[in-house]
Design a protein around this ligand. Sequence first.
Ligand code: BGC
Length: 503
Amino acid sequence: MYVLACLSYIVAAVFWSGAATDDVLSKHRFPKDFLFGVASSAYQVEGGRNVNGNGENIWDYFTKTKPEKFHNSSNGDVACDSINKFREDVKLVKNLGVDFYRFSVSWSRVLPEGYSNNINKDGLRYYNDLINELIANGIEPMITMYHYDLPLPLHQIGGWTNPYLAYYFEDYARILFSYFGDRVKHWITFNGGCAGYGEDGFAPFLNQPGIANYICNQVLVLAHAKAYHLYDREFRMLQKGKVGVTLEGNWYEPGSFAVEDIEAAERAREFKLGVYANPIYHPEGNFPKAVRERVDNISRQEGYLRSRLPTFSAEEVEYVQGTYDFLGLNCYTTFLVKDAEEDVSEKTSSDKDIRIKMYQDKQWHKAKSSWLRVYPDGMRKMLKWVKDKYDDPEIIITENGYSDNGELVDIERIKYYQKYLSAILEAIHEDEVNVRGYTAWSLMDNFEWIMGYSEKFGLYHVNFSDPNRKRTAKKSVDWYKKVIRERRVVEIKEVSSRLKGDL
Ligand code: BGC
């Protein structure tokens, strides 16, 4: 009898723990000072690539020279035409009732060749007008300085594998702080990490895994630290803003209870997030020890005379560690991880270094993007992991969102947001994670990198066959507005009768 009671308790507990963050929405409320926002990035929405002194970047270049890499050979020449329609965009942002708008500055629009000797006045004017329009409407501008769109001349000197990029990034940062820092109080140096260096699915399509991505990794981290120190030295006192970086915060969950799989999942976190987060956010700085050891050993086995993972000098470790006021996380999904067999004969790659098998549970609801399945508990676990690992930093979720075909009645998007926001509330109230803000990706449907216009993440629909790029609110707009107004996760059925009719 006792055994039976215990068993039913365990069954109920397992069932309930799954349901608590998945189907049952959190009853907690968002703290009074919690910030809500919405995001976009320059190349994905602006268009206006060939106008007014704008320079060429890697996306301009590769969409023209390798169109076959992009769905329907599409490009961002016009995208959402935000360059001309930004005042309308600000109205859309305002309609949501958010506290901030996270957008990125296109480096080559401000510095056409990437270097500081030639400033494009027209580019400055565009961002200046956008910032002023936001502020006039009571919305805080949050700027990402770099969202994957490197000026072409900088790519031609090696891109993020060239250590001098850290200095050129510092110059670019100086220009942004000088012109916009009086009004911009949240700065994100980088979005994500070194996409396109270790694989072929993203510009600049370098595809040198296990080498180019590690070098880029180090240069990016140093560039971030330079911008942070610059702000500290010359701008912080007067401008009183915050500087952080945004990293990919997807969760890696062990595929079983086996020790090897638990270790493999931790390895995945260290190789995917830790390589950027550890040098900046970990009290000891530097690359994670496990990553250092594995890449050093495997490089040796492979016959390299030095490790493929660059080293930070003791001075650099100290220079980089602690260069943050907050941590931005882009969290969309979860991957399951299993330990994989060591195969010494395999050729060099970061996958070989990590030695894992990554997959997703087919039962998790799938979005349009092949990699995006819904597993909200991953968000909560990631937040807790970051809190414990990196000394409880202030966190802003800088992206979270769901892709579909662009339906106006986007119930699945609402369900996704509901569950993820619910998981965040649990993280804040139950796990005491210091989450200060949330950003929905994205303000509107846009150019989804190599997937072109085939995957839509927007709260607003954009008609890409209309030269006027007409924007239309999807149902998720109503829902998100109510969440922000009431500072709680709203059930779908509570949203206007208009929406109920569509269910
Ligand atoms: C990127 C966005 C992208 C989104 C969906 C994010 O990590 O920052 O630019 O649109 O993922 O793929």
